[in-house]
Write a protein that binds this ligand. Structure first.
Ligand code: MMA
Ligand code: CA
Length: 221
């Protein structure tokens, strides 16, 4: 009898265990069901927002990098181009003095056409600011008369450089400027009465339409 009692007890005990286990599982499910929604509405939304922000930030950064890169590349290409132009110009006969380079153009043209040719090269007809510069020009371009950036076309006898500054020290050949024939309004350098340049004074006033080469100056900064 005692034994059979024991069996019943055992059975009850097992049933209890089963119920407990089911209850526990149910509990687990309930917990799962009741706890998930709040998570979705606060923590999950927040992390999603953070992710979106991060993605946007990445896109923004990438855009900035691309824009800067494009700008940088364009500027670098432009510099390369300018350098190549400058080097090829120099290879064609540009000369240095202080912070300028000079070029004795090949074609003989009027003063204003020659000036245009200089400007096409990113330069202008030379402005001579010192005795040293004049000596340099005489020495560097000894073989031909050449237009310089000096004219009295606006007011007869009032010589002005192309940048508007009035002439202070001139390097005129003896007897020049003489306004020969009444119409000599443009200045040239390299003028000589004889086979050789003597001294530093080699300017002459001349009719602006006379075909002549010129000296272009490009000021480098
Ligand atoms: C002379 C002289 C100059 C003048 C030119 C014009 C050869 O030099 O009189 O002053 O400009 O002639 O051809
Ligand atoms: Ca003259």
């Amino acid at each position: 009898m005692e034994n059979s009692n024991n069996i019943y007890e055992n059975i009850e005990d097992t049933e209890d265990k089963i119920y407990y286990s089911e209850d526990k599982n149910q509990n687990k499910l309930d917990t799962h069901r009741t706890r998930k929604p709040p998570k979705k509405s606060s923590g999950s939304r927040c992390s999603r927002l953070t992710a979106v922000c991060l993605v946007l930030l990445c896109v923004l950064l990438l855009t900035v990098i691309i824009v800067l890169w494009v700008k940088f590349t364009a500027e670098r290409d432009q510099l390369k181009k300018e350098r190549e132009t400058l080097l090829s110009e120099m290879a064609q006969g540009w000369r240095y003095f202080n912070v300028s380079i000079y070029y004795n153009i090949m074609d003989k043209k009027s003063w204003s056409e020659t000036r245009q040719d200089c400007r096409k090269r990113g330069a202008d007809l030379v402005i001579i600011n010192s005795r040293e510069e004049q000596e340099f020009i005489n020495k560097t371009f000894p073989d031909s008369e050449a237009w310089i950036g000096l004219t009295d076309i606006d007011i007869e006898g009032s010589w002005k450089w192309l940048d508007g500054t009035p002439l202070s020290t001139g390097f005129w050949w003896e007897g020049e400027p003489n306004q020969y024939g009444g119409n000599e309004d443009c200045a040239m350098t390299g003028f000589k009465k004889g086979p050789k340049i003597i001294g530093v004074n080699t300017w002459n006033d001349c009719i602006c339409d006379v075909p002549q080469v010129g000296i272009c100056e490009m000021i480098l900064y």
